[in-house]
Design a protein around this ligand. Structure first.
Ligand code: PAF
Length: 287
């Protein structure tokens, strides 16, 4: 496995003829990332028996962090991440410095549509999806992958990226990986490392709240009596009573994340974001 930092070195490391699968990350990798890496390896090997190429990037992208967020404290664990990537089928790690990726202020940006990017995460983290779309578009231009893998844990991010690729006619197939969970059901996240022992024990309650909401949705749909605002409010209240500060716990349509007002037969998803102490966690569950 090669580890490169500059765009010039990456271009030298890429085999122009090989089918290329890409896993963009911000590092501090967990099992969810490693499964995306394994999936990238399997996909290229399946599609090109002569051997494709897998690339991962590790870059903590300042553009997607708000002024009061954790950019400075976000864990940087390059050496360990590279060892894990190598063990999981990665050929090339691209780990640029800020000067390599943003040699001058990034004034050209990708602005995803408000109806997709200013809701949910975008409403609570203004500018987040501009930062994500800009860096992902730039990384796509640099790596020029045929396939790219993103986790479903960041459900809205995956949707924004799919839409960007479709609208910009980027010749890249986007593959979503299932959310990997700890034994108690907590979705794996690089930010789980911020939790104290007590908070870690409590953290599973976010996925429990989503499961509870999903169960009320199924029951309400079956009985043709779904009161969505009441079910969402009950899930948020249950978390508040346990000391959480929920930003949203909500039921949406899978295909465009639009709200649902009553019984609905379309594929749905429940999504939630809430703060436990100083740590903000997100999760979702397809219904
Ligand atoms: O999901 C992430 O880790 C980041 O948002 C991404 C896609 C690597 C862009 O910085």
């Amino acid at each position: 496995m090669q580890i490169v930092h500059t765009l010039a070195d990456l271009r030298r490391a890429l085999n122009p003829a090989a089918l290329r699968a890409f896993v963009p990350t911000m590092g501090n990798l967990h099992q969810g990332h490693l499964e995306l890496m394994q999936m990238a390896r399997q996909e290229v090997d399946k599609r090109t028996p002569t051997g494709g190429m897998t690339v991962a990037s590790i870059f903590v992208n300042r553009l997607q962090f708000g002024p009061n967020e954790d950019f400075d404290t976000y864990p940087r664990t390059l050496e360990n991440d590279c060892a894990l990537l190598e063990a999981n089928g990665c050929d090339v790690v691209f780990a640029p410095s800020e000067k390599d990726l943003y040699p001058e202020p990034q004034v050209f940006k990708v602005h995803p549509p408000a109806e997709l990017a200013d809701i949910l995460e975008g409403a609570f983290r203004p500018g987040f999806f501009v930062g994500v779309s800009t860096v992902v578009h730039k990384l796509f231009n640099i790596v020029q992958p045929d396939l790219a893998m993103f986790g479903k844990k960041d459900y809205q991010q995956l949707m924004v990226i799919r839409r960007m690729v479709q609208q910009m006619a980027l010749p890249i197939e986007i593959i979503g990986g299932e959310t990997r969970r700890a034994e108690d059901g907590l979705a794996l996240s690089s930010r789980n490392g911020y939790l104290s022992t007590e908070e870690r024990a409590e953290a599973v309650q976010l996925s429990m709240a989503l499961k509870g909401l999903a169960a009320s949705v199924r029951a309400g749909n079956a009985a043709d009596q779904l009161d969505v605002p009441a079910a969402e409010a009950a899930a948020m209240d249950a978390l508040r009573q346990r000391g959480w500060e929920p930003d949203y716990i909500t039921l949406r349509r899978q295909h465009d994340l639009s709200p649902v007002n009553g019984p609905c037969v379309e594929p749905l998803v429940v999504l939630g974001a809430a703060k436990l102490g100083k740590t903000r966690l997100i999760d979702n569950l397809e219904v």
